[in-house]
Design a protein around this ligand. Structure first.
Ligand code: HSE
Length: 297
């Protein structure tokens, strides 16, 4: 009647795949406790670590849970406690972790009436509340694990993609907050054909590299010609962090989700740790504080 779960941080976009590609981190995330209660509906009873709303309709876990309950035949409700370790506005899927964790655990406690794609659909309602847009590129990897591709939003079609065994992510979070809604507002709504050609070439290359575990191809494909040139202006010292990470052996480096976190992918843990040191050096030089995570994908 009660579950205590780990719900992972995620890196959305992964450079070339704005709103469609994402990956889950193995050892960075929140904890949640979900238990059955006799009353109907969802109660958020406690949030530790961050100052976030407890009202069900204003909380992403509450809204995602209600979306699930609207389609379920439940004779009781659920109480949710969140131990928040992912900072909101850091760019590693804080709202997605809460939304995905809530619907995953509620589904388990109900005897699994829904499949994972259904859970993505419910969790997207949490994202709609958090950012104004029901994007799935954080909640899909949070629920499926590893790499995921949102092949289509209408109808929703989520593909779980092979994750190479030696792939590690390094994430550095400069201590500023960027709201996803703000980082979306500055984007252009049209794309030049010459940029689109480069972008879809890279998306295909990345997916192929992930399946064949061709790390060089993964590295060549980690480029973003559309979003990064615009959003990187919101991120302090983006260019030097990126340059340092590549010099330290990263396969590629880009903005994590809507930022300000910057991610790099590497082959092997040792390289990923070295990349973390190189990223830190860039921020130490300009006196910016940061958090760093290294995780298997
Ligand atoms: N794809 C979304 C964006 C992810 O970049 O706006 C937000 O985490």
């Amino acid at each position: 009647n009660e579950l205590k779960i780990f719900t992972p941080a995620t890196i959305a976009n992964v450079s070339c795949g704005f709103d469609v590609l994402g990956l889950a981190l193995d050892n960075v995330g929140d904890e949640m406790i979900i238990r059955k209660i006799p009353e109907n509906g969802i109660i958020i009873s406690k949030i530790e670590g961050q100052d976030l709303p407890l009202e069900t309709h204003k909380n992403v876990a509450g809204v995602a849970g209600l979306a699930l309950l609207a389609e379920a035949e439940a004779t009781h409700g659920f109480e949710i406690e969140i131990i928040k370790r992912i900072k909101p506005g850091s760019g590693i899927g804080s709202s997605a972790a809460s939304s995905a964790g809530a619907v995953w655990a509620i589904n388990e406690l109900l005897g699994k009436p829904f499949n994972t794609s259904d859970l993505v659909r419910f969790a997207m309602e949490g994202e709609r509340l958090a950012t104004g847009v029901a994007h799935a590129d954080n909640v899909a990897p949070a629920l499926f694990g590893g790499f995921t591709l949102v092949r289509s939003y209408e109808p929703l079609d989520i593909i779980s993609v092979n994750t190479p065994s030696e792939l590690y992510a390094t994430v550095i979070h400069p201590q500023i907050e960027v709201k996803t809604s703000d980082a979306r507002e500055i984007l252009r709504t049209t794309v030049q054909l010459k940029d689109a050609i480069k972008q879809w070439g890279n998306v295909g290359g990345l997916i192929s590299g992930l399946y064949t575990e061709d790390y060089d191809l993964i590295g060549r494909s980690l480029q973003d010609h559309i979003i990064e040139p615009i959003r990187s202006i919101l991120i302090p010292a983006f260019d030097s962090v990126k340059k340092n990470s590549i010099k330290a052996g990263a396969l590629g480096c880009g903005i994590s989700g809507s930022g300000p976190s910057i991610f790099a992918l590497s082959k092997g843990e040792e390289t990923a740790l070295n990349v973390g040191e190189a990223m830190k050096a860039a921020y130490n030089k300009v006196g910016i504080k940061y958090d760093v995570h290294v995780s298997k994908v």
